[in-house]
Write a protein of this length. Sequence first.
Length: 243
Amino acid sequence: MQRTIIILSALLLSVMMPLVAAEPVSFTTADGIIIKGLYHASRQPRKPVVIMLHGMGSTKEEWTPFERTLVDAGFSYFAYDARGHGESTTTTTGAKINYKNFGAPGPGSPWQAMIDDLDYAAVYLSHTKHIPESSLIIVGASIGANIALVWAAQHPSVNTVLLLSPGLDYAGIETSTPVAQFQSRRIAFVASPNDPYAYQSSRQLFNRLSSNPSAVFFTGAGGHGVQMFNGTFEKDLVRWLSK
């Protein structure tokens, strides 16, 4: 009986403990925001690095189920807290920021600056991990999907983008024009029918790429962004990334 309890306890601990060891990292934006993230290096050096951008009001930890699947498939990954979220709420002068106080969207706003922050993430990986931009895969959820699409549209060396619940417009970050830059690149749209705005936006964006055989649409079983993960769906998405 005692041995059974010990075995069960060990099994429970193995479930509760994180399966992926990641390195805490940080970089600083041009306007002095300290961005905090987690980086995991694959044992397969030729595998791409997946950058993950979370949704509004969330944190990098929302990607934990996806990270485990990525690691099992041999990918490296970099997930970071967007400015004003999670651990990315301090400037180099010690001032505190919060996305709830970002104000109206538009040019020059903190919302638009999130696109530039992805630039700094790519530069960080290039300078400190020696990872070229052409080895990056960009994955985003909700507003993170919009940021991923807009940024990748400006960086043609990035060949693969995975978008969970993108919208035509989140906080002034619009996608209908930049999606035209993906007429030949690999891009996946993921949305659930019970998430009407994201689903209709995703279908509209996908339909604009009807001549691109590398554009795909995945229908989620329910929920918005990473809420679509159910233990199986994320594996389907990583299999697509691995092709």
